[in-house]
Design a protein around this ligand. Structure first.
Ligand SMILES: C[S@@+](CC[C@H](N)C(=O)[O-])C[C@H]1O[C@@H](n2cnc3c(N)ncnc32)[C@H](O)[C@@H]1O
Length: 310
């Protein structure tokens, strides 16, 4: 029977272990070396339908080992403890349930930044860096008022502010939870003095003629397609960030209709689009009287950005 403080500690640890979801993993890993544990994790990730299993196993283990490099810990058993194995198991268990790697690790690199990610925001995608590049290519270093509609984690807004020290930025989102993540990311990136955040429905709460540069990566997935997406997206990313309505264009219609009011004359806009939406979104922009409308490809050569001016 547990009587002393040490026994109570042992009992608490044991009941924590018994209650942990990842207990089966820990039991399977008992007595394994780090190399064996890694091999087992890769097999389990593959069996769960995760293609980049070797890379993901490395990310999960390295996250726990940091700052010790994986190669060093593989070579020296003293550098990998049972507590660390437990920490890897807890992360790996969530990833095996197809929780996105960014949510498991709590952050995601974007542009030159490292952004906090939670289930309340879309994980920033490498494709979205095409939008950042397109805006930088069209602008100089002078002062400008930047607005990011549907800012989510703040990815686009913060990447652009990080490159343009004279700009100030406003990130708008309908989700309070997303705005809390974006606000934290502005602090994390040292950009809080130039970034503000506002809850709103697209640009409805903004004054006319108050925007020099407007960017947006709105939800653009066709509603019917959502159910067939990978579990990481379908089950773990916010529907508000994904669902673009019956033809995927609902958000573009709303935002573009308001662009002539929001933008200063000559003001720049840039949208991320789905690879098959270049023509439709360009047509909406031209119909609204916007000029210089062009479609830009991403690194894979797929249409990714529509850009133009008032
Ligand atoms: C595709 S995510 C983009 C997030 C981030 N900008 C990025 O590129 O990673 C779209 C964002 O739009 C927001 N959103 C959806 N409908 C909105 C609306 N009517 N008004 C403002 N924001 C909205 C969602 O909450 C989500 O954060």
């Amino acid at each position: 029977m547990a009587t002393g403080p040490f026994d109570r500690l042992v009992d608490a640890a044991r009941s924590g272990f018994d209650a942990a979801d990842h207990k089966p993993l820990l039991e399977a890993w008992q007595g394994l070396s780090l190399a064996q544990l890694r091999a087992d994790l890769i097999e389990r990730l593959l069996a769960a339908g995760i293609d980049e299993a070797a890379d993901e196993a490395r990310f999960l283990i390295s996250h726990v080992l940091a700052p010790v490099p994986l190669a060093q810990a593989l070579a020296d058993p003293a550098l990998f403890s049972w507590q660390q194995a437990e920490a890897v198991a807890a992360l790996a268990w969530r990833r095996l349930q197809r929780v996105p790697l960014s949510q498991v690790l709590g952050s995601q690199p974007f542009w030159t930044l490292d952004l906090a990610v939670t289930p309340d925001v879309l994980t920033p995608r490498a494709d979205t860096e095409t939008l950042v590049e397109a805006v930088l290519a069209e602008t100089g270093s002078g002062a400008a008022r930047l607005v990011d509609l549907g800012t989510g984690s703040g990815a686009i807004l913060l990447a652009l502010l990080s490159e343009r020290p004279a700009w100030t930025g406003l990130g708008v989102d309908l989700s309070d939870a997303a705005l809390a993540v974006a606000t934290g990311n502005a602090v994390r990136c040292g950009l809080a003095n130039r970034a503000r955040f506002l809850r709103g429905r697209w640009g409805a709460g903004l004054a006319g003629g108050s925007v020099d540069i407007l960017v947006s990566n709105p939800p653009y997935i066709v509603s019917d397609v959502l159910a067939g997406l990978e579990p990481e997206v379908r089950d773990h990313e916010p529907a508000l960030a994904l669902d673009g309505g019956a033809d995927g264009l609902d958000a573009y219609r709303d935002i573009i209709a308001d662009l002539p009011r929001l933008l200063v004359p000559g003001g720049l806009f840039a949208f991320e689009i789905g690879h098959d939406q270049g023509e439709a979104v360009s047509a909406l922009a031209r119909e609204a009287g916007l000029v210089g409308v062009a479609v830009k490809p991403d690194l894979a050569g797929l249409d990714r950005v529509v850009i133009g001016r008032r």
